[in-house]
Design a protein around this ligand. Structure first.
Ligand code: NM2
Ligand code: OGA
Ligand code: ZN
Length: 377
């Protein structure tokens, strides 16, 4: 029953047992697939032009029976249905890729590299290279995904040049601060970012829901004294706290706090825990901003414990051993994953003409572009 095709030749045997397709692979492993799962995912349940599903799962008889399984001459696995549908064909390659039996939960986000202040070479690239697209762009975006930040040199020192960087991978997330914003010291600032004050490491716009997931900051003019940038891997710091004090980590991951921003035309308020976990308990997002956090309003018996956890987290974030510092020169830009890497700056004299431009963008656009670029390699 073996036939041509490298993947079908990996199939030693296929059969139906207990209403499941059982495949014995050449490497000695076995995979099992439930009849209902097979019917639900059969290629004939999809539009051939776009791969989108046409079938409503609720329309499949819950007791659907797989009657037979065979390897066809053209190397497909054919399931014969006892009910309405005669048969469905699957490629062995697809079945292998989607095998779920003997299942070990894949390590979620295993591609992330967490770092502290000893990360000795800053991930970086040159604008003229990534502007060509292809492998250079792929590698730079990959760096942002892996480390949660990356530098870019040689971005033209022109207003709005940072939008050209966004155009390479995705879409600007416009906010009340505009499509992009000028970070410089102004007379009547609506935000402390628009002063010469130091900004301790923070994530931007925690008072928004959803929070912008990427931030770009592009240097148009630097000053001699101060204005250094700092970045901290919030996931590294959170994992450190999880190890040191699991009960403090758990408090920060469950008790919601509020963040607030107000000016003449804006009143933004959002409530969320400082640490957000995904359904598997892995880190999903950090929200931390000393300037816009609202007064805690927990039950009195929670206040001491929460403050202890909050301050422990804050000390780790502000510990220079966890920070990387660098100075942006005109033409430099850095992009951070705003739900993972906190950024800040040292103070500078507001009489100088330091000028950054910033904007936000969406991370899903970045990961989509990255997957498309990876198809080509
Ligand atoms: N700016 C630079 O999220 C924050 O409030 C940080 C944001 C004003 C857009 C500053
Ligand atoms: C900001 C910010 C850093 C800087 O604008 O959100 O953090 O270097 N700026 O001015
Ligand atoms: Zn900021």
């Amino acid at each position: 029953m073996e036939s041509a095709g490298s993947n079908s030749s990996q199939v030693i045997r296929c059969s139906i047992q207990d209403n499941q397709l059982v495949i014995n692979w050449r490497d000695g492993t076995q995979s099992r697939y439930h009849a209902l799962w097979l019917r639900d995912n059969a290629p004939d349940a999809r539009d051939t032009r776009n791969g989108q599903r046409l079938l409503e799962s609720i329309d499949i008889p819950a007791n659907i029976q797989a009657a037979s399984a065979k390897l066809t001459d053209d190397g497909q696995i054919e399931i014969g249905w006892a009910e309405a549908h005669e048969h469905s064909r699957f490629s062995p390659e697809w079945l292998r890729a989607h095998a779920y039996s003997n299942h070990q939960q894949a390590e979620a986000n295993c591609w992330r590299v967490l770092w502290d202040g000893t990360l000795y070479s800053l991930p970086r690239a040159h604008f003229s290279e990534i502007a060509q697209g292809g492998a250079a762009l792929r590698d730079w975006l990959d760096t942002v995904q892996t480390y949660g930040f990356a530098l870019l040199h040689g971005v033209p020192t022109e207003s709005q040049a940072l939008l050209k960087v966004v155009d390479l991978f995705g879409y600007v997330r416009e906010t009340n601060y505009g499509r992009y914003f000028d970070v410089k010291s102004v007379v009547n600032p609506n935000n402390l970012a628009y002063t010469g004050l130091a900004l301790s490491p923070h994530t931007d716009n925690p008072y928004r829901e959803p929070v912008p997931t990427l931030q770009l900051l592009h240097c148009l003019a630097a000053v001699d004294n101060g204005g250094h940038s700092t970045v901290v891997d919030g996931f590294y710091v959170a994992e450190t706290l999880r190890k040191q004090a699991p009960e403090q980590f758990a408090l920060l991951a469950t008790l919601p706090v509020q963040f607030h921003f107000q000016d003449q035309t804006t009143d933004l308020l959002a409530e969320a825990p400082l640490i957000r976990l995904d359904a598997r308990g892995s880190l999903a997002a950090i929200r931390y901003n000393n300037r816009s956090i609202a007064p805690f309003n927990f039950a009195p018996e929670q206040m001491d414990a929460y403050y202890a956890a909050y301050l422990a987290f804050g000390r780790l974030i502000n510990d220079p051993a966890n920070q990387i510092a660098f100075k942006l020169a005109p033409g430099d830009l850095f992009m951070v994953d705003n739900e993972r890497v906190l950024h800040g700056r040292t103070g500078f004299s507001s009489s100088g003409n330091r000028h950054l431009q910033g904007c936000y963008a969406d991370r899903d656009g970045l990961s989509s572009t990255l997957r498309v670029l990876r198809r080509e390699s």
